[in-house]
Design a protein around this ligand. Structure first.
Ligand code: PLP
Length: 285
């Protein structure tokens, strides 16, 4: 596959970044994942706006290529012939001349920009959407600025492994007794006509898919309540689901071994997935 590194389009085997890159040494990097459906980008503007916010929150300089990101995404989709899949974009504070906790001078050290595609034929028609996924709950021990999409993904990665060991697909993280979010997605339950999900704050990532899905839910006359909730409350719900750029809306059928509703994907989550996919395809660029 062809990847993008600091202005160059290269075969992935020839792409290189420095061992002094601050993302490699200190996880001093931010990222975005945008999905591709029908060769077009889903929710691109939302992802770029969030990238800009992440950069600002970390005093990370905006890369020179910032305004070209749409062109770069499109070019990679074209070169790699992606019909369905994802594009990963990472911006780091760059490679300083040595390892140092102090940020390098932005006049001297420029950000590293890397993009690559992930080909996922059948992404929208995923079998998991028909069976639903099983989650476990784990303690949320991440840092306090989860609203910034940084490359510090070790704990979410460990959470995913804990889920796999338990024969499940993902983990919902819990802090002070309340669910924050999934390892790489936002978490919801549905009771009657009401969708409940944690409110936006520094405790969770402000999902781009979350924003779209909640808007579509309200348009479909569903009630939306943004508040804290416990694992027990979600276990007693009619339906549960997660959202993210790569899973869209994915039903959750089991939490900590307890079946949700009938233990099969609920009709409302399935409907929300359908609406999200239809509307996103229409708005894709
Ligand atoms: N929460 C976390 C921790 C995530 O890593 C992600 C996505 O990677 C999300 C939520 C969902 O965000 P989005 O819908 O923008 O993909």
């Amino acid at each position: 596959r062809t990847v993008y590194v600091n202005g160059d389009y290269l075969p992935e085997t020839e792409a290189k970044v420095s061992i002094f890159d601050r993302a490699f040494l200190m996880a001093d990097g931010v990222y975005e994942v945008t999905s591709v459906l029908g060769g077009k980008l889903i929710d691109f503007d939302g992802h770029i706006k969030r990238l800009e916010r992440s950069l600002n929150e970390l005093d990370m300089p905006k890369p020179e290529a910032f305004d070209d990101l749409l062109d770069i995404h499109r070019k990679l989709v074209e070169i790699n012939e992606i019909d369905e899949g994802m594009i990963y974009l990472q911006v780091t504070r760059g490679a300083a001349s040595d390892r140092d906790f102090v940020f390098p001078d932005p006049e001297e050290v420029k950000p590293t920009v890397v993009l690559f595609t992930q080909n996922k034929p059948g992404l929208a028609d995923s079998p998991a959407a028909k069976t639903g996924i099983k989650v476990i709950s784990i303690e949320d021990v991440r840092w306090g600025r989860r609203d910034i999409k940084t490359t510090q993904l070790l704990y979410p990665s460990m959470g995913k492994m804990m889920a796999k060991k338990a024969g499940c697909d993902d983990a919902w993280m819990v802090e002070d007794g309340f669910v924050t979010e999934g390892t790489s997605n936002n978490a919801y339950f549905i009771k009657g006509n009401k969708i409940v999900t944690r409110a936006l704050s520094t405790d969770i990532l402000h999902g781009i898919t979350r924003a779209a899905v909640l808007r579509f839910a309200r348009e479909a006359q569903m009630e939306v309540e943004e508040r804290n909730f416990t694992i027990e409350e979600a276990q007693g719900a009619d339906e549960a689901f997660i959202t993210s750029a790569s899973t869209f809306v994915m039903p959750v059928v089991e939490i900590d071994g307890k079946a949700i509703g009938e233990g099969v994907p609920g009709t409302r989550a399935a409907r929300l997935r359908e609406i999200y996919l239809d509307e996103s395809r229409k708005a894709a660029i």
